[in-house]
Design a binder for this molecule. Sequence first.
Ligand SMILES: O=C(CO)[C@@H](O)[C@H](O)COP(=O)(O)O
Length: 237
Amino acid sequence: MSRSAFASLRDEVLAANLRIPAAGLATLTWGNVSGVDREAGVFVIKPSGVPYDRLRAEHLVVVALDDGRVVEGELRPSTDTETHRSLYRAFPSIGGVTHTHSPHAVAFAQARRPIPVLGTTHADTFDGPVPVTEPLSAEQCAADYEFNTGQVIVELLEGDDERARTVPAALVAHHGPFTWGADADGSLEHAVICEAVAEMALHTLSLGAARPPQHLLDRHFTRKHGAGAYYGNPGAV
Ligand SMILES: O=C(CO)[C@@H](O)[C@H](O)COP(=O)(O)O
């Protein structure tokens, strides 16, 4: 079989997908990671329903950014492919997207609560609360459900690429977290951190969270993303 023109991107995306179960972010085949090649106008994503322990680079699917057609690959692309595509099209700075059903982040998504900034662990990665979308409308569910799952994130961030860069995560109401980054592995790292800070926040809130001083958060926000990072409200505590 001739080597794919996207072999190195396939390898990168495969490695990131295999980190989902390794990091305990998924049950069964839940979740998916993709990586984009903007010059070629494609992204590579996990196939749908393939158990992670059987996933190989040749199983990954190459999808066109402009219209979502399969450019290369035998298997059906992930059910969330159109969500990934809508995020790539809206935010030019992102190079990789991860979606999981990690339990603590899903708990906030199902409660329709943002993950609040309660300490420096969160502030080191996210320059504000991890926001939560509105639920999809009946119309959005009826047509282009998967693309609209991405569109509610785009609307939440007002299509602002800078906000997407400084808070590289969002919770889709009653569904789960989507994270993104400079590449596939960067988006996966943000998924790991999103789940970790969600678990910490849940425990902190159960103990009776105290609002962190803004000067403490600013030091971590500024250190991570530079002056003028999106501060936002530390989130309801
Ligand atoms: O969010 C969903 C389904 O609602 C997905 O994350 C599935 O849990 C995994 O789907 P595939 O990537 O295997 O198609």
